[in-house]
Structure formats: C-alpha cells, structure tokens
Design a binder for this molecule. Structure first.
Ligand SMILES: Cc1ncc(C[n+]2csc(CCOP(=O)(O)OP(=O)(O)O)c2C)c(N)n1
Length: 587
C-alpha cells in the first residue's frame, strides 16, 4: 500500500517495519513527531526522556541488552547528548543503535543553525541522510542494518524540510520482532577506562577503514550520468531542488554523507567536466572532496546560511554568485509569534516588567515575551542556561545586582537541564531569583508529557515530580508558589523574593491555556464597557491577541481618542486585562 506521509511519520513507520521496538527521545522541532508516531505502533516501548543525553543513554542501555534501539532529537539535542555519543562510538552497540538528528536549516524553530553532519566526522560515526519521506523508511532500515553489521552507532540525519514535508511512502510488512535480549559481560568492550578505551580507539579506526570500503558499494550512493558538462554532488533535500531545476545534469547523490566513497567520487569526477557541490549550511562534503584533490565549486556561489530551494540553486549556478537568493523569498507576510490568549506566561512577565530586573530567559513559549511590549527577558542561549547565567551575573554584579537578577525557565526545561544549575546556585549561595513557569506541559513543541505532568508518552499514569520538594532538597529555602494570572499575588511574591538574600524560587503555576487536561475551564470572553474605557491603552501593554484598539471613539470631557476592543472569538476569559484596567472598564 502507498500512503502520503511526512518524513517523521515515515521514519517511525520504517523503524517499526525494521523490527525496532525501543525508542527514547526528548521533544524538539523538527523531530518531535517521530516518537509520537512510533509510540502508536503495537508492541513498542517508547518514552520521553528528561533530556537528550538521558535518551541516548537509555537507548545505549537497551542496545547493550540486545535491542534495536533509537534515540531521537533535534540538532541542538545532540550537543546535550554528545558525551555518551562520543564514547558509545568506542564501545559499539551489541544490539543496534540509531541516533536521529533533525537539523533545522533556516532556524525555523531553533536557537542556532548547526550542521550536525560535523558530528559524524567528529565522533567517527557513519551518517545516512534521506532526501525525502519516501526514502526515509528504507534509510532507517539501512541504518539499523549498518549498526548491526559494523557494531557501531549510526546517525540518521533529517532536515526540517524532510521531516515535515510529505511524500508517497510504500508500506511494507513489518519484520517479526526477534527477541535477542540478554546481557553479555564484556568489560574490556564496555568499561571505558583508559586501558580499555585505548584498545577500542584502535577498533574505531579499523571500523572506519571497513566502512570506507563498504561505502564504495553502498547502493544509496547513486550516480546518474546525464549531461557530462556539469556534475552535481549532493545529498538530502537539496538533491530534489537541484533535480527540479537542472534535470539533465549528471548527479552523484550521496545517501551516506559520512564516510564518503572516495573512489566513487573520483570516478564521477572523471566523467564530468565541471562539478558543483550543493549542500545547505557547512561545506561538509565540499571540504572533504577538495581534500581529495578534486576541483569543485561550492560555497563560492552557494549560501552558507538558510535552507535552499530550487530558486537558490538556479540563481547561484546561473548568476555564478554567492549573492544569489531565492526569487521566492519575498512573497510571505511576516507573522511574528505571540503568546496565546489566556497564556499564564503573560501574567508573569507583565508583573515582572515592573521590577526592571535583569532577566535571563530560557527556551520555551515564554521566550516570546522578549518582544515589545512585554520585553520580559533579556537573554536566551540554550535550554537550562537561564539559571546558571542568572547566578553568574548575580555573582559578577555583587551589590549592583542585589534585588535585580532573575532567571525564568519553563517546567519541561527545568526538568531537562535546570536542576543541576539550581543546585549550583544553592551550593554557591546565589542572590538570584529563579521563576519556574510551570504550565503542566511542554507547550512549545506541542504539549508533550514530562516528569512533572504525571503521564508518560504512552499515556500511562506516572509518578509526578513534586517541584517544591525537589527544590527544597537542593538546598533552597525560599520557595513560593503563585498563580501568575493573579497580579497582586505575583507582584508581591516577586518583590519579596527579590529583596531576600540567598537564592529564591517562585513556581508560577497555571496550566497552559491550550492544555486539554487542565482543571481550569475557559471562562466567557471579557468585554470592554465603552462608557468606562478612558482609552489609556494599559491593556494593550499585555499584547494579548484579542485586545485591539479602535480609534475615533471620543467621549465628552475626556482625553479619550479611542477605546480598547476585545475580540470575543479569541478571548479565553483569563481575567488578566480586567486586573490591569484602572477604570474597571473590562469585565
Ligand atoms: C537541547 C534542546 N532540546 C529541545 C529543544 C526544543 N524545545 C524548545 S523549548 C522546549 C521545551 C519547552 O517547554 P517548557 O520549558 O515547559 O516551556 P513552555 O513552552 O511549556 O512554556 C523544547 C523541548 C531545544 N530548543 N533544545
């Protein structure tokens, strides 16, 4: 049967067809749907881990027990997981281990644009890269086969466009699950103390050699000889773009982007006159091919940044210029993101702004509060960084920072990588205030469960971590729990905790406005009383989507030049604007 599937759905399907029954992940766009889809297949075990490092370690454990296991994450997740990844490359995997990295050229929803093909070379781990969803099932199967054959972890790299676009996928009969689980003692292979690691280090080089030979005949490295004047070496989604605009050129499409098939590349180079290497982001293939002594044209004319599209490729080759940009770029109106109506984060940041604090942010929906008019946070680096940064700044500013330095972090992010820096704060006696925005879910990536929600990915009830107890156990004495929509309570909690010496934590607790399991039911939409509104625009400072401004509505004896209006179809009735209006005009 043929079905239309996204790349992520196709990877999940392919893994299931390959007999994979074990997977762990931490959500992150563009990778998230892989585990969500995989978890729906019968007989599988799939879990959200607290972070990507844990996900990889869980998958390594399963692989050492003989399973075919996969760990899934977005590109920056590989940074978090890098420590175990670099060493499991030495130990090998016993069962099989595939690590999926979903990269995000153009930073559609990421804090950076790193090219994770570099990790393959850096960690000496082979990497496969499908060009679209239709190739994805075959590629994940091949990744597991390679892992078993060479006793190595294997990377499968996707990009946003492969993960999220749909292609026709041919479904195959799932392989029967073959239970090979058990544990074989082999300390020399699995205990990476220096004496053993030195031996394994040599094994890695032997494996590299074997892989380099294997890759010369790997069927997914495909040569298509057309017009011999121009040859294109490419991989992944850019192959489709190039094919669309230059169907007649000759192609070497690489299914394995590391290690490279040197003989095959030399053979291709001997058959064409001029070679372009077409790849998004880094000159990863280009540099390696140039190091073989083969002349190619690459980043002289293709951009280093952003996703390509057929227009980028056509422009670059026809205009022979790195200035070349896509002719399609200008057509979409920009739509800046905003917090949803009823979002609890809005209340917290509205109150926090009044303190004129130095706020270190983190990654989640709340990051959106940095924009005007809330201007709620003033830095954001990576998941978990807010706490360490607040602590560092507070120590550096000393007296100048007293009552000023704040870190804000979501509940999922806190559990991902906020616990250790908070322990550091307690241990080193910080004066910073940390605010945990506990909306009972991982909202930004689409409402995934985490240890604070009380449910697992597979919809089983789970132990729910008690944040207050956890934070107390780290050595923090000043802890307050507030509802961030309640402005009076929120403002006084922030004021009080900022004034204290030593570390403080406020847990701002209210479920996400879109959260289905919430016990807070949406209330009727609020309305503006036209007679009472003085047109002061205080409610507009909330940047709440339903609130807008209607000019030209004047009132006798008043400075009013217009009034606030609430779109009832958007308002969720949270009541924040009601508290902000000094004239009692909103109810
Ligand atoms: C290392 C890493 N992994 C995953 C992500 C993707 N991601 C961005 S924010 C976020 C979590 C947001 O949840 P939470 O902290 O609860 O805040 P909320 O969005 O619910 O306000 C995730 C998983 C990322 N940016 N970096």
């Amino acid at each position: 049967m043929k079905v239309l599937m996204s790349g992520n759905e196709a990877v999940a399907r392919g893994a299931f067809e390959a007999g994979v029954r074990f997977a762990a992940a931490y959500p992150g766009t563009p990778s998230t749907e892989i585990l969500e889809e995989f978890s729906k297949y019968e007989g599988v075990y799939a879990q959200w881990s607290t972070n990507e490092k844990v996900a990889v370690e869980v998958a390594i454990g399963a692989a050492l027990a003989g399973e075919k296991a996969m760990a899934v994450m977005k590109h920056v997740g590989v940074n978090v997981a890098a420590d175990p990844i670099f060493t499991v490359s030495y130990t090998g995997t016993n069962g099989a281990l595939v690590i999926i990295s979903a990269d995000d050229p153009s930073l559609h929803s990421s804090q950076n644009e790193q090219d994770n093909r570099n990790y393959a070379k850096f960690a000496k781990i082979p990497m496969l890269e499908p060009a679209d969803a239709s190739e994805a099932p075959k590629y994940i199967k091949l990744a597991f086969e390679l892992s078993e054959k060479f006793d190595t972890p294997v990377f499968l790299r996707l990009t946003t466009r492969v993960s999220h676009s749909k292609s026709v996928v041919t479904l195959e009969e799932p392989a029967k699950y073959n239970d090979k689980t058990g544990f074989i003692y082999d300390a020399e292979k699995y205990v990476m103390v220096p004496i053993n690691a030195r031996t394994r280090r040599l094994e890695v080089e032997n494996r590299q050699k074997a892989l380099k030979e294997f890759v010369e005949t790997f069927a997914e490295n495909k040569m298509e000889i057309g017009n011999p004047e121009i040859g294109i070496i490419t991989a992944g989604m850019p192959y489709n773009y190039a094919k669309e605009v230059f169907p007649d050129y000759s192609y070497l499409k690489l299914g394995m982007v590391y290690p490279l098939p040197e003989k095959m590349i030399r053979d291709f180079a001997s058959r064409v006159k001029k070679i372009y290497v077409i790849e998004e982001m880094d000159p990863f293939l280009e540099e390696q091919i140039k190091a073989m002594g083969i002349q190619v044209i690459g980043k002289e004319i293709f951009p280093f940044t952003n996703e390509f599209d057929p227009g980028v490729i056509r422009n670059a080759i026809e205009k022979n210029s790195p200035e070349a940009v896509s002719p399609y770029k200008e057509s979409l109106a920009s739509r800046p993101p905003n917090l949803c109506p009823g979002c609890p984060h809005r209340g917290l940041f509205y109150a926090l702004k009044k303190e004129k604090a130095y706020v270190h942010g983190d990654i989640g929906c709340y990051t959106l509060s940095y924009m005007k008019p809330l201007e709620g946070l003033h830095s954001c680096i990576c998941m978990g960084a807010s706490i360490g940064m607040a602590h560092g700044m507070s120590k550096a500013l000393k007296e100048k920072g007293k009552g000023k330095v704040v870190g804000v972090i979501g509940d999922s992010t806190f559990l991902h990588s906020g616990i250790t820096p908070l322990l550091d704060m307690a241990y080193n006696n910080s004066d910073a205030l940390i605010i945990i925005l506990d909306n009972s879910t991982t909202a930004m990536t689409g409402m995934q469960e985490h240890p604070g929600t009380g449910y697992t990915l597979m919809k089983k009830e789970a132990k729910k971590v008690n944040l207050k107890d956890l934070i107390t156990s780290l050595g923090i004495d000043n802890i307050k729990i507030i509802d961030p929509i309640d402005q009076k309570a929120t403002r006084s909690a922030i004021k009080e905790e900022l004034a204290k010496d030593g570390p403080s934590v406020i847990i701002a607790q209210r479920p996400c406005a879109l959260f289905k399991r919430s016990n807070i039911k949406p209330k009727p939409a609020l309305k503006v009383d036209q007679d009472k509104c003085e047109g002061c625009k205080a409610c507009l400072e909330l940047n709440c989507p339903p609130i807008s401004w209607k000019s030209g509505v004047t009132k006798e004896g008043s400075k009013r030049k217009g009034i606030a209006v609430i779109d009832e179809t958007l308002c969720n009735g949270c009541g924040l604007c009601e508290q902000v209006c000094k004239f009692g005009a909103i109810s």
